[in-house]
Design a protein around this ligand. Sequence first.
Ligand code: FAD
Length: 267
Amino acid sequence: MGLALKTYPTLTAAGEALAAQATARYIGGGTLVVRDANEGDLRFDTYVSASDPELSAIAVTDGQATIGAGVTMAGIVREPALGFLAPAAKAVGGPAIRNMATVGGNLFAPTPYGDFTVALVALDASLDIEGAAVPVTDFLTGRETIYARALVRAVSFRLPAEGSFRFAKVSRIRPKGLSIVTIAAVVEERSGAITSARIAYGCMADRPIRAPAVERALIGKARTKDGIAAALAVATEGTSPPTDAIASAWYRSEVLPVHLGRLLLSP
Ligand SMILES: Cc1cc2nc3c(=O)[nH]c(=O)nc-3n(C[C@H](O)[C@H](O)[C@H](O)COP(=O)(O)OP(=O)(O)OC[C@H]3O[C@@H](n4cnc5c(N)ncnc54)[C@H](O)[C@@H]3O)c2cc1C
């Protein structure tokens, strides 16, 4: 069976084409969609894409970043104003994958993928979906239901305070192994005490999640071994890690507090 590729000048037109054809699938960089086709997925016979320049735009103004959903991981790494995010973008695959893999596609990538999305969760990002602002956590909850065929135009977030963003991907093979656990954190401090904390995990559930118990336990504490001890004690609360070829659920739960501790105490 042949596969058609239909490219539209706007995301809106691509959305209309998707709505009109149940066997069409949107393609970003194609690193997952094309693999599905090559592996014999017969549920779609048409790729739909959009050449809208807005999709590959990055704007950073007045402390706010907006990244088009078609921006690639390599594009993030090249953007000086998003230097703090480079480690999260570099965590996605090897160079060939990063040249194709988009921010939009990463939002839909199933566990153990979705490393960049973990950073977006810690940044409390908002998605532009058909003109509506959707919190990234709400999107992830409805990803396979109400948002299954929704098109993401862009992601936006406030730039974190200098030095407050931390990211770690733990894998068996470096530099491009799949994730055992991925952690992103935005931790703000004043006068030696933590004033706000947003902690996100990848591979500790079937999609990226926040860790509210950890966040609560960090508030008012010093970012020291003793200060973070209560947070590490509840590190696995609310998690349901998968068992897959990379690691068992047990192993993920065992190593999470160790890596969370290292990340929180890193300079
Ligand atoms: C060898 C290999 C290694 C990989 N390693 C990693 C890794 O280490 N970490 C990681 O996170 N991922 C990894 N991936 C997965 C994947 O490359 C990335 O998650 C990537 O960001 C997916 O983006 P894409 O643009 O290629 O998605 P595509 O394949 O184009 O699309 C994936 C899904 O997202 C949907 N989609 C894409 N863009 C939009 C949009 N704007 N709006 C709505 N839906 C959209 C598509 O319809 C499709 O359902 C790897 C993949 C491969 C093949």
